[in-house]
Design a binder for this molecule. Sequence first.
Ligand code: GLU
Length: 476
Amino acid sequence: MNSHVQNTDNPIRTRFAPSPTGFLHIGGARTALFNWLLAKRHGGQFFLRIEDTDRARSTQAAVDAILDGLSWLGLDWDGDAISQFDRADRHVEVAHELLAKGQAFKCYCSPDEVQELRDQAFAEGRALRSPWRDRDPADAPADTPFTVRFRAPDSDVTLKDAVQGEVRWAAKEFDDLILLRSDGTPTYNLAVVVDDHDMGITHIVRGDDHLVNGGRQSQIYDALGWERPVFAHIPLIHGDDGKKLSKRHGALGAEDYRAMGYLPEGLRNYLLRLGWSHGDQEIFTDAEAIAAFDLSGLNKAPARMDMGKLNHINGHHLAQADDTRLAELVVPFLDGLENRIADAEITQQRLLAAMPVLKTRAATLAELAQQSYFLLKNRPFHLEGKAAKPLNDEARQRLYRLFTRLADLNGWTEKALTEELKNFAEAEEIGFGKVGQPLRAALTGGAPAPDLAQVMTFLGREEALDRIKDQMSADA
Ligand code: GLU
């Protein structure tokens, strides 16, 4: 157990706190995964809080996109998702608690005055301090709107971050933060602290774009006399060019990776390794990931998206996945493939028969669909160009002779078919290639495919013989 983990009387409670922006960002998915793993590792709990205080952006559709993304990734949360907006009253209550303790004050500065103070502070190399922090509230002008500001402490702020190490800010770097706006609504950092405290959150893993917030939030925890959680601010994900991941780099949402045909366990494993390491181990089952995950394995250097590695990891998980599940998951990826058999039952039959072999040859479900295509294409094939090349008159006559032998074959098994193909080549006094090439053209239309005896078992006797028959004469 590492030093950042609290004792077992205080079981670990983590959370993922996305702002609903319309999709689950791949970086958010990784943050969620790390928090989820940390909770699982220690038998704790993982919560979901939707930071939906920006009412313009927080549509139900935006929230649903996050819930769907997490569910697809298999990152289940404890209890119901919590709405930050719904807790506004509690945030206000805590702001009043800070007021009562003198840790916050009412500021009557007008926006123009604030701007002036801010400019002055900037010129002096410090953050804004409101004159009202030291003024007698009795001097407050009547009927003037006020904000509630946090009384920024005069001492430096130190944050012991599980990833960044000890981070220090001088007192003058933090302003008298607004806690309640002049319309009485709570602001972001107050809401986060109150929610994390009330939810009993012990560990916060999140992007290092929130590191400064970590400093501010620490001040608020201290002012309230609340125990700070353990913070772990992780570097953001960068593109393969080393720049911060953006639209320019391609897919940003977990949903995009799903649409490209990655499996949730493949993406999970990839994201795990993107910013966390455990020796050289690349491939993790969930059980292994849960057993190994710790904050000390989080990397301080930014991680780079590497599609090659993602494909490698996903391909591994694809090869391990259950055949029936894959045969179902691949179906939507078959949609774009032209002239495909309509019968869902036959589709499933052939996919299932071929899956143990096909799944070892693809990195994604999209590739798996491509690999499966030859099985599912309507016959007869009208072969042209390169695909038709192996089918000269001699080859067609040979297919005819092969057809008559195969039609009489007892038992349509890979073993029997392999034997028969060998015997046929011997009887014809030719090398296997001379049988193989036209037969492949007939069975697959020239598509790359596994071993031909296997292909014939995937197709089944009737379909395989029909495909050979289609190419036996030149008018096919
Ligand atoms: N809502 C913030 C975001 O989506 C996260 C805040 C936090 O994790 O404390 O970036």
